[in-house]
Design a protein around this ligand. Structure first.
Ligand code: FNR
Ligand code: 8K6
Length: 347
């Protein structure tokens, strides 16, 4: 049954994957204090190089995008050099790796970047405190001016170019999980009345501008996107969000992304305003390469792919617990169960 996972899969004319198992992007908070990837991180990723594609942990495009301690960056020369160690190690082990590009928007905290504004679509804050730093309470963000939005698009694009310089095979734009791009796409966080808010077209504008600018710089075949039509993390749902994602998906359908990836922790979550699962909602509106994720076993993923629910599977927590996940599934060996305490070390 799991055989289907081990068939090669062609993303496009330039990129063929050895199998359909992707390592999901997994924040580990293990970069050094200059947010440079370390030798331990290179070894961690290289151990997982038999995945069809590794998606890196979310990587900030500029300092004010940081919302958690020791998350890596892709804006300084030292960070680019650090990532070269990672991509080199993965490539030598026969793998492929995309960089996930991240700005946390209103989920950023000034503690991490020496003070200053937290930028977001609107002055709508998230309640609560920073995971791993419960002493830090989220602040009310400053609505980004149109000029600041244009600068953000430029900074995403530069980070994508830096990723290619660092040896990545492509980038996945993090448009999911309640972070900056997703904040433009949901009514909970976007109350703007200018060309970036108020209508599905306007609320989709930032996501599409970032996507198009990156693709123009590094090529569509190297550009992927992750989205969360269902609000579940750092975000409240709103029935009107459906029209936004209807529009966004109709626009994405006419573009040539390497793949589109759902951002969710558990695929079985259902959303009233999407009439069910986020993956089913997206599949009905987008018939190009789709990556499913969230609570899947290899067997369950193979079945979902056979049923045409999506084309590729991203595996998260099982990959933390099992560096040799792909080999174990291939040989039908038992997997080690994931536990949260495994996040303390890079195995
Ligand atoms: C995540 N996830 C995540 N998603 C993302 O887009 N960027 C990220 O950096 C992270 N970081 C992250 C860290 C940790 C510790 C976990 C557990 C999850 C979400 C992840 O990519 C995936 O969607 C979920 O883990 C669901 O898949 P699994 O774990 O059920 O296979
Ligand atoms: C995504 C970046 C997170 C970095 C911090 C450390 C990782 C902890 C991840 C756990 C997040 C829990 C999300 C819970 C989803 C709720 C679903 C109802």
């Amino acid at each position: 049954m799991s055989d289907i996972l081990f068939h090669p899969f062609r993303l496009n004319a330039q990129i063929e994957l050895n199998n359909r198992i992707l390592m999901a992007p997994l924040t580990r908070c293990m970069a050094d204090d200059d947010l440079v990837p370390t030798a331990d991180m290179a070894a961690y990723y290289a151990r997982r190089a038999d995945a069809g594609l590794i998606i890196s942990e979310a990587t900030i495009i500029r300092p004010d995008g940081q919302g958690y301690p020791n998350t890596p960056g892709l804006y300084s020369a030292a960070q680019i050099e650090g990532w070269k160690q990672v991509t080199g190690a993965v490539h030598r082990a026969g793998g492929k790796i995309f960089a996930q590009l991240w700005h946390t928007g209103r989920v950023a905290h000034p503690h991490f970047f020496g003070g200053g504004d937290v930028l977001a679509p609107s002055a709508e804050k998230v309640e609560g405190t920073v995971p791993r730093r419960r002493d830090l309470t989220y602040v009310t963000p400053k609505p980004a001016s149109v000029e600041e939005i244009h600068q953000l698009v430029e900074d995403y694009t530069q980070a994508a170019a830096n990723a290619i310089e660092a040896g990545f095979d492509g980038v996945e734009i993090h448009g999911a999980n309640g972070y900056l791009i997703d904040q433009f796409l949901h009514h909970d966080s976007n109350k703007r009345t200018d060309e970036y808010g108020g209508t599905p077209e306007n609320m989709s504008r930032f996501a599409l501008e970032v996507t198009d600018a990156i693709a123009a710089r590094i090529g569509w075949e190297k550009t992927a996107l992750r989205i969360s039509p269902g609000a579940y993390f750092n975000m409240q749902g709103d029935a009107r969000d459906r029209q936004v994602f209807d529009y966004l998906l109709s626009e994405l359908q006419s573009r040539a992304l390497a793949y589109l990836h759902i951002g969710i922790f558990d695929d079985s979550m259902e959303f009233d305003y999407l009439d069910g699962r986020a993956s089913a909602y997206v599949r009905q509106r987008y018939n190009k390469t789709l990556v499913g994720v969230g609570g899947f076993s290899a067997q369950g993923a193979a079945q979902a792919i056979a049923d045409d629910k999506f084309d590729l599977i991203a595996i998260g927590r099982p990959f933390i617990a099992n560096p040799d996940y792909v080999a174990k599934v291939r040989k039908q060996e038992d997997l080690v169960e994931y536990r949260d305490d495994m996040l303390a070390t890079l195995v």
